[in-house]
Design a protein around this ligand. Structure first.
Ligand SMILES: Nc1nc2c(c(=O)[nH]1)N[C@H]1C(S)=C(S)[C@@H](COP(=O)(O)OP(=O)(O)OC[C@H]3O[C@@H](n4cnc5c(=O)[nH]c(N)nc54)[C@H](O)[C@@H]3O)O[C@H]1N2
Ligand SMILES: Nc1nc2c(c(=O)[nH]1)N[C@H]1C(S)=C(S)[C@@H](COP(=O)(O)OP(=O)(O)OC[C@H]3O[C@@H](n4cnc5c(=O)[nH]c(N)nc54)[C@H](O)[C@@H]3O)O[C@H]1N2
Ligand SMILES: [Mo]
Length: 714
């Protein structure tokens, strides 16, 4: 073949090299959760990404990309990207905007926020970050340096309730040490859909003989690999955990030494769980007693055993916090807390990821002590949240906007804010309309952005620099592989430019983003200059995991210094100190009168591999994998209602109904309906009351309420 022909093939075939003008640059996919974020090789030609591939040899993602990451080009070049800063000119929500310069947009925001601060105090301005994590510490610092305690995030529905449960029981907690475990209790987590880059290691461990117990109502790709799959009725995790504790205690399978020396309230707990006999537990949870007993024996007698949890499905219930306390209590009860092959406590280095290095994220974020600021949104209603979580409880935002009590909320500065995230999303939407001033920063022109007074275009992970740690103790300072598209900018640049205008006294912020990262990383010995020398990332030599059983030296960071079966903090708040089981507020046992008309249990938001909340519906590739909003129901329930697959059906709750298609599947057990949570045409959060919340954590009961599915005759 001639050189000329070869050269043409290279050009057309996207082969990197000088001939083709294509360079391969390293970046990350940041569409999904911070524990994944796969390494990407971006093929760049003439300043545009022409192809993406998983970075081969990346220690976390090992060259893989899921359906979402593979569609990265459709994501970054999508027609819905916002091109320039916009200021509203027409009626709110009418979508009439004028494109303005960054200078004008930022000045408009600063003037308005400073005016509100002067009139009703800095607390009247709330700062909110949606699912995206990377800009959070900077946004929180901006809020506090401005003087507002009201920094809050999507974590008011995600993760933080599990962290609260862990703090109440143990003071701290750790992820499962899958590599060294002999038994893994996967309590409501579907990594095949929600955390794909971890699955290979899980399957390898299974091949080495790892025993697996899965708890969760839905069949998942893990179910076929599990020794036991306990298919609970949604919302009954707590009862199952108490039933398992009963078996473990009765049969003497608990860790006596740990319980005697390191726990508080065991006798009360033992006494309480004695009512959860296998028969009672079966009646509540629907799990056959034999399977529950078998799983309890397997988990407690295989050493070491680890528990894998998730950020949301056990706490998306009106009884979620106590449920989660009950299930993680099994870790201590069986002596698997902070041991090799169990749940190993390792403090996060940066953005939730433990990478074996110390850093100063918390000191950085909290630039002003709480006592120098007003009480947070939700502080009266969810005092235990405010004691344990360093944020405001965002579920209370719409209520405080409406009541103006204890002080008015007049402006909201949102980064990736989406009102569809809230239960009673129409209630949140109406509340946002009542604000004096709403700003949203997003990549795309979303419904929430359309409602705003000022809209700012953020850029994607391909167009910015961010600090990224992976649990494999790997770190990368990403560098833009292309220039920010149109006039978009990195969230962090926006935050620092606002900082200059609304928080001029914050000296560190005035020094800029990279100086702030250097400050945060100081205890680790890393600097941005050093990180920049490794564009593909590296393993810092200093990174090391902490020792096991740290409590033996320092006690537990709880009020009693012990693991608390009976919580001192809950007791002093006048709440039940034991991980007491209560039925979900709406359920066949708690509200049989409602169940007459709405006999199915509704669980929402089980993760689908191609969708990430609202993010990937607009992409042709991902959308083609599941084009229609659909509700999963069991063939038996469908048959008794005359429903076939693909039929249009009404999904109704006492609050309203949606028209969706029926998907007949035994992924759901009989009696349960399941629907994904962010369909653009069928928002299930319209069907859930805005105050359908766990009274302790404030988390919404997204995953246990009542519904009916009926054939749509219209
Ligand atoms: N592809 C994709 N990945 C994601 C996300 C996404 O939107 N798309 N979202 C990310 C986020 S923010 C989160 S929080 C995680 C969630 O990640 P996961 O927790 O893994 O996701 P889910 O599918 O919600 O829940 C896992 C399992 O919990 C069980 N479950 C469902 N309802 C209940 C219930 O009522 N009680 C109990 N005990 N178990 C129940 C089901 O059996 C289900 O298979 O995923 C993250 N990863
Ligand atoms: N019914 C029901 N509701 C749920 C759930 C459920 O299971 N059921 N799950 C809950 C959970 S666990 C979660 S985590 C939440 C998630 O809910 P959201 O936080 O709303 O999640 P997303 O839709 O992923 O992201 C919100 C916005 O962020 C924008 N965005 C993406 N990247 C960036 C960026 O880099 N910068 C900026 N500025 N914006 C960006 C996206 O375009 C999107 O418009 O939903 C909750 N709501
Ligand atoms: Mo989440």
């Amino acid at each position: 073949m001639s050189e000329q022909m070869l050269s043409r093939i290279r050009m057309n075939g996207k082969v990197p090299g000088r001939d083709a003008g294509i360079e391969v640059r390293k970046t990350i996919c940041a569409i999904c959760n911070p524990f994944s974020h796969c390494g990407i090789d971006a093929y760049v030609k003439d300043g545009a990404v022409v192809r993406v591939e998983g970075s081969k040899g990346h220690p976390h993602s090992q060259g893989t990309l899921c359906s979402k990451g593979s569609a990265s080009r459709q994501y970054i070049y999508h027609k819905d990207r916002i091109h320039s800063p916009l200021v509203r000119r027409g009626k709110r929500g009418a979508g009439e905007f004028e494109a303005v310069s960054w200078e004008e947009a930022l000045n408009t925001i600063a003037e308005k926020l400073l005016k509100i601060k002067e009139e009703t105090g800095p607390e009247s301005v709330a700062f909110f970050a949606g699912y995206t994590k990377w800009m959070r510490p900077f946004l929180k610092r901006l809020a506090h340096s401005f003087g507002s305690p009201n920094y809050c995030t999507e974590s008011s529905t995600c993760y933080q309730a599990t962290a609260m449960a862990a703090k109440l029981n143990y003071g701290y907690y750790g992820p499962p040490d899958v590599l060294n475990a002999k038994c893994l209790l996967v309590w409501s987590n579907n990594p095949f859909h929600s955390n794909t880059s971890t699955v290979r290691r899980l399957l390898d461990a299974r091949e080495r003989g790892l025993k697996i117990i899965e708890v969760g109502p839905l069949n998942t790709p893990l179910s076929g690999h599990a020794d036991f799959h306990l298919r609970i009725r949604p919302g009954t995790s707590g009862a199952l955990a108490l039933g398992m504790a009963h078996v473990i205690i009765e049969e003497g399978l608990y860790d006596r030494d740990f319980v005697e020396n390191w726990t508080q309230g065991f006798e009360e707990y033992r006494n309480y769980v004695s009512q959860f006999t296998p028969q009672v537990t079966q009646e509540i949870t629907g799990v056959p007693a034999d399977a529950m007993i078998g799983a309890a024996r397997l988990y407690s007698s295989t050493k070491p055993a680890a528990m894998m949890n998730s950020a949301s499905p056990t706490v998306h219930h009106t009884n979620g916090l106590q449920n989660h306390r009950a299930l993680i209590a099994l870790v201590g009860l069986t002596g698997n807390f902070d041991v090799e092959g169990g749940n190993h406590v390792a403090p996060p280095t940066w953005l939730y990821v433990p990478a074996g290095l110390p850093a100063r994220e918390l000191e950085f974020e909290q630039s002003r002590p709480w006592k120098e600021m007003a009480p947070r949104i939700g502080q009266d209603r969810f005092p235990v949240w405010c004691k344990l979580v360093e944020e405001a409880q965002a579920m209370h935002i719409p209520f405080q906007i409406r009541s103006g009590k204890p002080y008015p909320i007049r402006a909201l500065l949102g980064f990736g804010m989406r009102y569809g995230m809230w239960p009673g999303s129409d209630f949140m939407l109406d509340s946002l309309r009542k604000l004096d001033f709403l700003v949203n920063v997003d990549l795309f022109m979303t419904d929430t952005a359309r409602l705003s007074d000022v809209v700012l275009p953020a850029c994607s992970s391909f167009e910015r620099s961010e600090l990224k740690f992976w649990p494999e103790r790997y770190v990368m300072w990403t560098q833009p592989v292309i220039e920010p598209l149109w006039q978009s900018r990195s969230d962090v640049d926006i935050i620092y430019d606002l900082g200059r205008r609304i928080a001029p006294d914050d000296e560190l912020m005035q020094k800029g983003y990279e100086a702030s990262i250097d400050w945060i990383l100081e205890p680790s010995g890393l600097t941005v200059a050093e990180l920049k020398k490794h564009p593909a990332g590296f393993f810092p030599k200093e990174a090391k995991m902490p020792p096991f059983r740290k409590y033996r030296k320092n006690g537990f960071p709880t009020p009693s210094g012990k693991m608390e079966f009976s919580s001192t903090i809950l007791k002093s708040a006048g709440l039940d100190p034991l991980p007491a089981y209560r039925e979900p507020q709406l359920g066949p046992r708690s509200t049989p009168e409602v169940a007459e008309k709405f006999p199915l249990v509704l669980t929402t938001g089980a993760r689908l591999p191609m969708y990430q909340h609202s993010r990937t519906f607009r992409l042709g590739w991902t959308r083609s994998l599941r084009p229609d909003a659909s509700v999963d129901i069991h063939p038996k329930d469908a048959a008794s209602r005359g429903i076939s697959t693909g039929d249009w059906v009404s999904l109704s709750t006492p609050r309203g109904s949606l028209k969706v298609r029926a998907n007949l599947t035994d992924i759901v057990p009989p009696g349960v309906a399941n629907i994904y949570h962010a369909w653009p045409e069928a928002d299930v959060n319209l069907l859930i009351e805005p105050d359908y919340l766990d009274p302790i954590s404030g988390f919404p009961g997204f995953k246990s309420l009542l519904c009916e599915v009926s054939k749509d005759e219209g």
